[in-house]
Design a protein around this ligand. Sequence first.
Ligand code: Z5A
Length: 215
Amino acid sequence: MSHSLPNKPLFITLEGGEGAGKSTAMRYLQQQLTRAGIDVLTTREPGGTVIAEQIRQILLQKQDEPLTIATELLLVFAARSQHIAEVIRPALARGQWVLCDRFTDATFAYQGGGRGVPLSIIATLEQLVQQDLQPDYTLLLDAPPSLGMKRIQRRAALDRIEAEQLAFFERVRQAYLLRAKQAPERFVVINSAKPLSEVKRQLAALVTQLSEKYL
Ligand code: Z5A
C-alpha cells in the first residue's frame, strides 16, 4: 500500500471484466466505508453526469451505424472529462472519498487490449483529460471471462460491448493484469472467481487497512 497522506480523501476505482463483480463489490465497499465513518460518493464510467450518461448510451446501445474505434475512444474520454470536472474533482475537494466503477484502466484494457489502440495514444488523451488526477487505489476484480459471461447471461440483453467474442475479453483481462503488474503500489487484485463470501472478506480487510492508514 502506498503513497497518499492521512486525512486526504481517496479516489478508489473498481475494474474488471464483464460480470467480474464490480457492482457487487462497490455496494459492499460503500457500506463498509460508510460504517467506518467515511463520507463516500459512488459513481461510474462511462457516465456519472447528465452529458456523460448520454455518451454512455451512444457507447453501449447497439445501432445500425457501427462506431469506429477512434469514435469509441474519444467518446470514452469525452465522458470522462465531464465526469472529472463535474463530479470527481468537486467531491475530492469537499473531502469526500470517491468510489468509481471503472476509470482509465478500463480504456487501457478495452480500447488498448481489446481493440488494439496504441497505448501511447491512450496515454496522451489521459494526460489531456486528467492532468494530475490518478486513482489512489484500484481494485481489480479478476475472473476468467467465461465465468463472468456466465454470470451476466441471465440478463435480458447484452449491450454493444458485451456482445463481443470471448477472445476480446481474454485480451481485456490480460491488459488489466499487465496494468496491475506495472503499478503494484496502486492495484489490489482480488480473485473474484472465488465465492462472494471470500471476496467480501478481502474487501472488509482492505477497508480496515485503509481506515487505519488514512483516518
Ligand atoms: N468501457 C470501455 O470500453 N472503456 C472505458 O474506458 C470504460 C468502459 C470506462 C460498461 O461497463 C462498458 O463500458 C464495459 C466496458 C466499457 N463493457 N461492457 N459491456 P459497466 O461497468 O457498466 O458494465 P459491465 O462491465 O458490463 O458490468 P457488469 O456486467 O454489471 O459486471 P459487474 O458489475 O462486474 O458484475 P456484478 O453485477 O457485480 O455481478 C454480476 C453477477 O454475478 C451478479 O448476479 C452477482 O450477484 C454475481 N456475482 C458477483 N460476484 C460473484 C462471486 N464472487 N461469486 C458468485 N457470483 C458473483
